[in-house]
Design a protein around this ligand. Structure first.
Ligand SMILES: Nc1nc2c(ncn2[C@@H]2O[C@H](COP(=O)(O)OP(=O)(O)OP(=O)(O)O)[C@@H](O)[C@H]2O)c(=O)[nH]1
Length: 337
């Protein structure tokens, strides 16, 4: 049956819901939060600045050999509002200077995992408030760019350890940092190796297979999985190549154009993160990672309340017995890494 024309009296008008939602969405804007995890000097700041074509993050590295190496992983979020064709995004980039920079990196992931879980806890706390805000400020981490060192021969024990933990709490997108330091053959071998090791260690990186995906999504996600880990090159420099401005890196033998697909996967990564999967990254964070956190926290609270009720009930019967301290309901934001 064909739909009635917009000017017919039978036209009801609920098909305008998409425009109504769009107007509301445009007015409100949205939050997008990305965490960068990788050793110092892997090109984290440069890549993220290249992806958003804006200088958002300063390099946090040591500028001289005399500067002390950070002993712990720091968490340093920077928020900026970007606008494109009337759409506003409050973008938060969370840098993690000091990650993996020690000889002994045991536990260097703890502040990173804690930060991610703390954002889930803060959201849950705001959701459970008797008088909730109409719109909850979403600080949950929607994507983690994990930088693999191009000098390693595959996943190092630290990568395996960290990736296992990170993939449980957020959408992880692995990238091969500074891939211009590898030959094309080395890059192919490295990629294949990382793919095999991810499967071997059962590390599920984003995007995940979903029953709900239609044929088109399945094909798109499968082409993305072929590219993972994205071999990237970043640059904030515009270089003049025969009169054409090119965002690239100057090498002794010539210039690498970071947008050239034969040089790096930069364009694929950017399209994937911003043009095809931005909304999915936000949705999957809410429906998969946050939901898991929420369920486990609410279960814990329920169990503790039941213990308290049982203790109170037995307190009545055993009033004459020595008193024990009642179990405490933990603050829900006390998340463990
Ligand atoms: N060859 C090459 N060099 C890069 C690339 N990206 C960044 N660099 C250079 O590597 C150095 C470190 O880059 P940053 O972006 O500051 O690295 P970072 O990981 O943010 O470093 P920290 O802030 O110390 O954690 C700079 O000199 C960059 O110009 C790349 O893709 N290829």
């Amino acid at each position: 049956m064909s739909a009635p024309a917009n000017d017919s009296q039978d036209y009801v008008g609920f098909d305008t819901i998409t425009q109504q939602m769009e107007r509301k969405f445009l007015k409100r804007g949205f939050n997008f939060n990305v965490i960068l995890v990788g050793e110092s000097g892997m090109g984290k700041s440069t890549l993220v600045n290249s992806i958003f074509s804006s200088h958002l993050v300063d390099s946090q590295g040591r500028r001289t050999a005399q500067e002390v190496i950070r002993k712990t992983t720091e968490i340093s979020p920077v928020t900026q509002t970007l606008e494109e064709n009337g759409v506003r995004v409050r973008l938060t980039i969370i840098d993690t200077p000091g990650f993996g920079d020690q000889c002994n990196n045991e536990g260097c992931w703890v502040p990173v995992i804690k930060y991610i879980k703390d954002q889930h806890a803060a959201y849950l706390e705001r959701e459970l408030k008797p008088q909730r805000d109409r719109v909850i400020n979403d600080t949950r981490v929607h994507a983690c760019l994990y930088f693999l060192n191009p000098g390693s021969r595959g996943l190092r024990p630290l990568d395996v350890e960290v990736l296992k933990r990170l993939t449980e709490v957020t959408n992880v997108i692995p990238v091969i940092a500074k891939s211009d330091s590898m030959t094309v053959e080395e890059r192919t071998v490295f990629k294949r190796r990382i793919k095999e090791e991810l499967v071997f260690h059962r590390i599920a990186v984003y995007p995940y297979p979903s029953e709900e995906d239609g044929e088109e999504d399945r094909l798109l996600n499968s082409s993305i999985r072929d590219l993972v880990p994205f071999a990237v090159v970043g640059s904030e420099e515009i270089i003049d190549v025969n009169g054409t401005p090119v965002r690239g890196r100057r090498h002794g033998w010539g210039v690498i154009n970071i947008f050239d697909e034969t040089h790096s996967d930069f364009v694929h990564l950017r399209n994937f993160m911003l043009r095809t999967h931005l909304s999915d990254l936000i949705e999957v964070t809410s429906q998969r990672h946050y939901e898991q956190f929420r369920t486990s926290q609410l279960r814990q609270i329920k169990e503790l309340r039941a213990q308290q009720a049982a203790a109170a009930a037995s307190g009545g019967i055993m009033a004459s017995m020595p008193q024990q301290a009642p179990p405490q309901v933990p603050a829900i934001h006390q998340s463990m890494a």
